[in-house]
Ligand binder design. Sequence first.
Ligand code: ATP
Ligand code: MG
Length: 487
Amino acid sequence: MIRQFIKHIFLKKKTPFTLNKNSSNTTVIQPSQLVKKPTIWGKSSHQIDQKLLSHNAVNVCQVLQKKGFQAFIVGGAVRDLLLGKRPKDFDVATDAKPEQIRQAFRRARIIGRRFQIVHVMFGAETIEVSTFRAFNQIGAETDEHGRVLRDNVFGKQNEDGARRDFTINAMYYDPKTETVWDYHHGMEDIQAGVLRMIGDPGTRYREDPVRMLRAIRFANKLQLKIDPATLEPIAKMASLIQNVPAARLFDEMTKLLSSGQAMACIQGLRQAGLHQGTFPLLDLILNHKQGQPFLIEALRRTDERVHDDKPLSLGFLFACLLWPLTLERWEKKQESNSQKFPALLETIDELIYEQSQQLSIPKRITADMREIWAFQPRFEKRNGTQPFRMIEHPRFRACLDFLELRTFAKEIDSELANWWRLFYDGDNTTRTRLQAEVKDSQTNGKKKPNKRKRKNNSTRQPQNAATNSQANLSSSTNTTNNHDDES
Ligand code: ATP
Ligand code: MG
């Protein structure tokens, strides 16, 4: 009804929802999304499981409501609750101003310069509280592509609802009355399993191209069907992603990869036409044929960790994503006679520099990536005291997991990773035995009669692939893999 009414009022001139640009780079946004009254769903309609609620988020709402403000759990948390999932974080929206919110809580701080929000801290949990934002009808400042640069005016709840991206993300839950306030038919869409943009999708993507990536992420993560009108403009508008600041792209890429459906999301981006040229890292992932087994396994393990509620290391994840390219370039450098370890360090520097230009990977993450990659050739040194020092390294486990992943992708022989796993898990006796075994196999395998006269030069054993660095580092095409546990 409301939808029809709005269509009647705003679309009667048969003018589609358009973006009018004036000379001063401001975008006049037509207010067709502004719904005055929400549908309010009672407990029997929404059936939100109280056990999935965060006590802290409820507490934040109660405190603000007692002070006479409106306060609701909002956005993704309401969507997840309606889908019967436990939200990973909770946001609260209110008509209280940032300073009023801050004063209401003992541990709260205002963050953000452009648009202030308040973080209310409860031990490990932080509730993000934001003041309703206005739907700027006069004109929002944009860049030359229509991307909204500034939107920092406070407003009413219905305006706040209209500014949100998808109908299912624009619902407000009042824990006191246990009602869901729905301005854009989000409940219907949730029930129908549809992801639908609020307002005209093309306009909303132009305002913020990251919404295209969010559409693909939510559709895959929550198994929703993207409404055809919401999907349709994406392929045409994909290039707008290039204008998004690198730090935001990195954030979104991270959310996508840790959604629990990383591979499905990446395939979704490809299907929607969002990969080529727009997201350089995705080009690399999707087009690196030789690296596919490694990447597929890395993403599968990532999804598995998310489903098992295990923490994800972004350093590890990005090290995986860029590894096929690192390996390829490292091998090329070695072919042109660069020494192995310096060649690796040079490759790492180059790659990290290139990626930072496009994706703005934070330094702490590139530091982890660097460590994991640079550790790989060190695994070949199994004699002496070095292995003992290596296992003491704080990132050793991650480096070993990475080595095991390479083994899985048949990039190197499994014997090496198995040896290290046993060495790491073993006691000192086991470690000494393992080192002795390696020494034996090396002595047998590396006999070079012309170097020094040896006592026994009768049977020359085949060189162990795991101790042959060139064999280890060559691509998946020419490795002879042995997946037996040898140690
Ligand atoms: P998740 O936290 O699972 O990624 P979410 O929907 O909670 O999903 P957030 O990035 O936490 O995503 O954003 C919280 C809410 O803010 C969203 O539900 C949506 O209402 C609004 N929002 C976030 N990003 C945008 C955007 N780019 N455009 C419009 N609204 C947005
Ligand atoms: Mg969220």
